[in-house]
Design a protein around this ligand. Structure first.
Ligand code: ATP
Length: 496
């Protein structure tokens, strides 16, 4: 109506002010239609008539126009697929196993999902990132483009998004291609750069954890970067380690390594009982260095698999080899007789990973690019000396069961934080005093920090009760440990 009155009010009023006939009661607008028709026939059209004609024409042609659009898209697809080549096209291909896949998916989901006619709906079973989880909606849904093709505009360029599924080894993988008309790939590169930037923005303060599926690395989780201050360790152990890693990554150090023809790699061994913070500390280190972490569990490795995975590692990352002692290959060669089974098989024959396979990977060309290697073990004595010699392991850090000082720190950490651990001023005097009281009831170097934390978590709302019930908990836990030790001596299986 606003448009009409702006165009030519008197003419429109003229058209609208036609007397209403009785037929209008049964066919609303009949008089107006006849007026328009007579004006068209007489060749004497008002603006109102012209607009009516245009509108009618557009309605009439709409199905043909969308048909034409579909034909154009089909043509574009054929150009891309190489079945007809009237125009040149450029394409960027993205594999699902590469992180560019996540970049594209994130960009398309946030910008152009409506263009996709084939979408994958998922209930967010796993919390992939901590902040995209909607705690208030049960089984909230996420959508992502899925197979098929669609087109979209990017900076005035028509792009074709195409997703196909291919079989890679045992696993089906999706591959995406983005095509644009023209010989130059520069606009595609600009697009990829845009995706990368947006993706990195979403990853600020997050650490990405990679695991493997077959011989491919896959992103398993994004976690909020855990500040180093949240891993409670003796400061005299913590700081030298961080400084050592930072010094290693300094470009000056790198040029020194190369000047002296020394392979540019650094290895750390974190050892200690379960639940003392080895894995947590490795994750914090990766976060502090702004690197992704690639985690491998040694018991499930084989020589070839480990080699393939190391070849696929990116530059600048933390590699975490967990439970390095669990590979029988890492046992001292002197103990091989001890490991023989009654049927004559040695354990190293049973597992796929051999000591030489492991050492080859650690020494190989693929492990020399700005990589920080962290190995963890609960049993450092089981490790072969060849594995822990300088050059393979440059620093060994012992993680211990909780001393009284650590128990106090854990208490203060858990009850003295309200909100952000970085900005919160820390525990007040009352909490510090309670922490001392609590620590005095904890036996020195008997419980792991994980055990102490699990106990304290029950008392988030009443720190004083944690002290009150402490003695009882200590007695029960000591008794449980003694029973476990006795069962182990009798050859019974350990509790999971
Ligand atoms: N020193 C510590 N400071 C803070 N939290 C700790 C510490 N030790 C353990 N925890 C907590 O206990 C849990 C288990 O810790 P983590 O997995 O890092 O131990 P671990 O030494 O790697 O154990 P394992 O040898 O069994 O792999 C985590 O939730 C972690 O937050």
């Amino acid at each position: 109506m606003t448009l009409l009155s702006n165009v030519s009010p008197p003419l429109i009023q003229e058209a609208l002010s036609q007397p209403m006939s009785i037929v209008d009661l049964f066919i609303p607008g009949f008089s107006n239609i006849t007026t328009v028709a007579s004006q068209v026939l007489n060749g004497n059209m008002t603006i109102y008539t012209q607009l009516m004609c245009l509108f009618g024409l557009a309605t009439l042609l709409k199905p043909y126009l969308s048909q034409l659009r579909d034909w154009l898209i089909e043509d574009f697809k054929q150009i891309y697929e190489g079945t007809s080549l009237p125009l040149e096209a450029s394409t960027v291909h993205i594999k699902q196993s590469d992180e560019t896949y996540d970049m594209i998916q994130a960009w398309v989901s946030s910008h152009k999902l409506d263009a996709s006619r084939s979408i994958l709906a998922k209930v967010m079973m796993k919390r992939k990132t901590q902040d995209d989880y909607d705690a208030h909606t049960k089984k909230s849904l996420r959508y992502a483009p899925w197979e098929g093709a669609f087109y979209f505009w990017y900076r005035l360029n028509l792009f074709l998004y195409k997703a196909t599924r291919v079989q890679v080894g045992f696993y089906p993988q999706e591959q995406i291609s983005i095509t644009c008309v023209g010989r130059s790939t520069s606009i595609l590169k600009v697009f990829m750069e845009d995706c990368r930037r947006e993706y990195l923005d979403t990853l600020k303060n997050k650490t990405i954890i990679y695991g493997h599926r077959g011989n491919c690395w896959v992103k398993e989780r994004e976690v909020i970067t855990r500040p180093l201050s949240t891993v409670i360790l003796d400061e005299q152990q913590k700081m030298p380690l961080i400084n050592d890693i930072q010094k290693f990554l300094d470009p000056k150090t790198k040029s020194r390594y190369s000047a002296c023809s020394v392979p540019y790699r650094r290895g750390y061994l974190l050892f200690g009982p379960p639940g003392t913070g080895k894995t947590s500390f490795s994750l914090s280190i990766a976060g502090a260095l702004d690197m992704d972490i690639y985690v491998l569990s040694i018991p499930s490795m084989k020589d070839d698999l480990l080699k393939d995975l190391f070849v696929e590692l990116p530059r600048r990352c933390v590699v975490l080899l967990e439970d390095i002692d669990a590979a029988n290959a890492t046992r001292s060669r002197d103990s091989s007789e001890e490991d023989s089974d009654s049927d004559g098989d040695t354990r190293s024959q049973k597992t796929g990973l051999t000591l030489s396979g492991l050492l080859n990977v650690l020494d190989g060309v693929s492990s020399q690019d700005d990589r920080v290697l962290i190995m963890t073990t609960n049993h450092p004595r089981k490790l072969d000396a060849a594995l822990t010699r300088p050059g393979r392991v440059d620093k060994k850090i012992s993680f211990q069961l909780a001393s009284r000082t650590v128990a106090k720190e854990i208490y203060c950490f858990m009850f003295g934080q309200a909100g952000d651990v970085d900005t919160h001023p820390g525990p007040n005097e009352k909490i510090k005093k309670q922490g001392e009281e609590f620590a005095a009831k904890i036996p020195e170097l008997k419980f792991s920090p994980a055990e102490v934390m699990a106990y304290l978590q029950q008392y988030w709302d009443s720190p004083a009760s944690a002290i009150e019930h402490c003695r009882e908990w200590v007695d029960d836990l000591i008794q449980e440990k003694e029973m476990n030790a006795a069962s182990l001596e009798n050859g019974e299986p350990e509790l999971a």
